[in-house]
Design a protein around this ligand. Structure first.
Ligand SMILES: [Zn+2]
Length: 338
């Protein structure tokens, strides 16, 4: 269905009062909204679900402020299933724009927000490699790429655009990751950006950076709660490897809040299997959010909390269709719930 037809149908549903009916019908379901990063330049065109313009995000917060939804923390929303129309805000990864671009908007509203921080790149303060490389390949108009990493025997020589960008991104990252020092990896990345004639800076500020310690502390003042998202943004099924990921992440975040309060988790990239659930419990995780779309029915598994993914490409009618529960109803009727 084209987006235009979809929006027309949603507008009709709204005008007929179906959104309002669904809002009432699903009033005791918890709405959990999910955000990621923000665009300094054109990152919202590169990945509209990963990067939103600060203007759109500020408008979203204002929309929520004027809405019938009660903005609560995730813990509060789960603790009071009897309260109607509760909505919790979550944000994944901890991109630097959360402070530099939308910090003022967050401070203005002071809505409770759970920020799941992946700590490796936050600690190293170099661009997130796979995302930065994907952006370079998306943006460049160069017809070839040559990558030689100092001290590494392998090299990459390819024509662009690549027939399989995802594979090329992986190859480039594997090559650069052979450098043990983070600073050296960043240097190679910036050299590659120069070669491809794409800037990884906007007005002197680096793109694809995660929040540093000072910025994270500043966000805590704006009612932002920092929680777990693994150290290296992965959720291995191997019990020991997952325990290491969570404990390194918890250890790093313990500089901001006591370890015993770091009990909320978000699956990196939304990837998980049923076998993860007991492993999370063994590692002291009390709640976990997924990227399964929908509302959280109170009483259902708190280690598999559904969320609504907002993005630059999401029209406000589509957002309200999700928040009201209308889209939930449609998916149930059509039998397409994920
Ligand atoms: Zn993530």
């Amino acid at each position: 269905m084209s987006k235009k037809i979809k929006l027309t149908l949603l507008k009709l549903a709204e005008l007929c009062g179906i959104f309002a009916l669904c809002r009432y019908w699903y009033r005791h379901h918890l709405r959990v909204l999910c955000y990621h990063g923000f665009a300094y330049a054109d990152e919202h065109q590169f990945r509209p679900k990963l990067f939103m313009t600060p203007q759109t995000f500020a408008a979203r917060l204002q929309y929520l402020a004027n809405s019938p939804y009660q903005i609560v923390s995730l813990s509060e929303g789960l603790a009071h299933p009897d309260r109607p129309l509760q909505l919790a805000l979550t944000m994944d990864d901890g991109w630097s724009g959360t402070s530099e671009l939308v910090g003022d908007a967050l401070a203005k509203h002071k809505f409770p927000l759970m920020l799941y921080v992946t700590s490796y790149y936050a600690d190293k303060q170099i661009p997130v490699l796979n995302v930065a490389v994907s952006y370079l390949l998306w943006k460049t108009s160069a017809s070839a790429l040559h990558l030689q990493v100092p001290g590494v025997a392998d090299s990459i020589d390819v024509s662009l655009p690549s027939p399989n960008t995802a594979v090329l991104v992986k190859q480039i990252c594997q090559l650069i990751d052979q450098l043990p020092e983070a600073a050296a990896r960043a240097e190679v990345l910036y050299q590659l950006a120069d070669q491809l004639q794409v800037s990884l800076h906007q007005q002197g500020r680096p793109l694809f950076r995660l929040l540093d310690a000072d910025e994270l502390r500043g966000l805590q003042q704006a009612n932002v709660e920092l929680q777990l998202h693994t150290h290296r943004h992965c959720s291995p099924l191997d019990a020991e490897a997952l325990a290491t990921e969570i404990s390194q992440n918890r250890q790093w975040l313990a500089q901001f809040i006591p370890k015993e309060q770091l009990v909320h988790f978000c699956y990196p990239s939304g990837e998980y299997q049923q076998a993860h659930l007991p492993l999370l419990q063994q590692n002291g995780v009390l709640t976990a959010t997924t990227t399964h779309i929908g509302l959280h029915k109170q009483g259902s598994d708190v280690l598999q909390i559904r969320r609504i993914l907002d993005g630059e490409d999401v029209h406000w009618l589509e957002l309200e269709a999700e928040l009201s529960g209308f889209s939930n109803l449609v998916r149930q009727v059509l039998g397409v719930a994920n």
